[in-house]
Ligand binder design. Structure first.
Ligand code: CO8
Length: 376
């Protein structure tokens, strides 16, 4: 492939919130809530008409997931037993929205890494698990804040939002409908986390990532990756679900009840998604004419360390090392679609010219998205 017809990732950016929430802190507030709730409802629980709130355990969390802490956009409110949700200040229509602020911070870093400015970009895609409103699109607000001409739009594909948006950017640049595209993933997950549910209170963290996709011939950054191939797959599953949406207002049920927050059948997800992801990755490598043993780095989705170990074992015949398949979820937790992009951000500069790497996401939908890359 010559520089003339290649499409590349030429810059990546990562914005990390300043607030850390440890497993111990999360468990402390959940267990305090459980004691309070169970005491207040002792008679119903004893009569068998109400389930007690189950307590959590920091050792379980680390062992079951590999997560040790997460970053949150706003910590205030989460640790209050009578609230247990972030206290995010509502902003006026003429102020930059929270999610756009996160997005802009990551986008500026990606633009700097790609050696590009606003005038070089023709399109902005904001792609993540949730947008804080439906319209105007967050991407258009980001576009205005950065002074970019052209167009922007939002995309939602849960855990695969980042990879699927990179696919669209690749296609736009390849088709010539945009010279360069800014793909941004402001993952503000904490407002959707049920901090009262031990099965899921530890899973998510907040972050924003961004990437610049452009034509090979215009790229002049220090670290440029040719996109050799892209691959996507979706299979409908209810095992990871949130029923929150604009229709919630019209239902008779609580618009913020447990089913309107993130919930999942974690064990089923683990069992079903791991083989799908391993097969997908093998097919992605084969499709670009390479062999698994030639892949220098795997930037995998970051939901659970045991999942990543199982997938790399199946692919490589051994559990991938930190050098082969870096883990970032111990520090960041699951950041929805941004996980594999965080891994890329933190672990790509050491690759040498000609080295192959793969970005891959897997999760809700189910959805799997990958990109095979070669360092220039
Ligand atoms: N403390 C103590 N015990 C616990 C806890 C806890 N916190 N949680 C569960 N237990 C108990 C269970 O109740 C169960 O008890 P019992 O045996 O008596 O029933 C026991 O521990 C074992 O539970 P599990 O079988 O559920 O434990 P696992 O070993 O399977 O670990 C995991 C649970 C970590 C959830 C694991 O199954 C997992 O990671 N699965 C993969 C899930 C996954 O990857 N999901 C993707 C979700 S992300 C995504 O798709 C993006 C969505 C959009 C973003 C949303 C943003 C908010």
């Amino acid at each position: 492939m010559s520089a003339n017809d290649s499409v590349v990732i030429s810059g990546a950016g990562l914005w990390t919130p300043e607030h850390v929430l440890t497993n111990t802190e999360l468990v402390q507030v959940l267990n305090e809530y459980a004691d309070k709730f169970n005491e207040e409802h002792a008679s119903e629980i004893e009569a068998g008409t109400l389930e007690p709130v189950a307590k959590s355990d920091p050792d379980f969390i680390t062992k079951a997931s590999g997560i040790r802490q997460r970053f949150v956009y706003v910590k205030d409110g989460i640790m209050e037993v009578d609230r247990m949700r972030p206290r995010i200040s509502e902003r006026g229509d003429d102020e930059l929205s929270h999610q756009a602020e996160m997005a802009v911070a990551a986008a500026r870093k990606a633009l700097a890494a790609a050696n590009k400015n606003a005038a070089d970009i023709d399109a902005v895609i904001v792609s993540c698990a949730y947008t804080q409103r439906s319209y105007p699109a967050i991407a258009i607000e980001v576009q205005a804040e950065l002074g970019i001409e052209g167009f922007g739009f939002d995309m939602l594909v849960a855990c695969s939002a980042a990879t699927f948006a990179l696919h669209r950017a690749y296609e736009m640049v390849k088709a010539g409908t945009a010279r360069a595209v800014l793909v941004i993933n402001p993952e503000l997950t904490s407002p959707q986390v049920n901090y009262r549910d031990r099965d899921s209170h530890f899973i998510f963290g907040d972050v924003a990532t961004a990437m610049v996709v452009e034509r090979g011939e215009t790229a002049d950054a220090d670290h440029v990756y040719d996109i050799l191939g892209i691959k996507a797959k979706t299979v409908y599953s209810n095992n990871i679900r949130s029923n929150f949406g604009y229709v919630s207002r019209a239902f008779e049920s609580d618009p913020f009840g447990p089913d309107k927050l993130f919930h999942q059948e974690g064990r089923k997800v683990f069992k079903e998604v791991c083989p799908m992801a391993a097969d997908h990755l093998a097919a992605q490598i084969e499709a670009v004419g390479a062999d698994i043993s030639q892949v220098r780095r795997w930037w995998l989705h970051q939901a659970n360390i045991n999942m990543n170990q199982l997938i790399t074992k199946r692919l490589l015949g051994h559990v991938g090392t930190q050098d082969e398949a870096p883990i970032v979820l111990d520090e960041y937790a699951n950041t929805a679609s941004a996980g594999s992009i965080i891994a890329f951000n933190l672990h790509h500069q050491d690759l040498k010219s000609g080295d192959l790497g793969v970005i891959c996401s897997f999760g809700a939908g189910y959805s799997i998205g990958s990109l095979a890359l070669r360092k220039r």
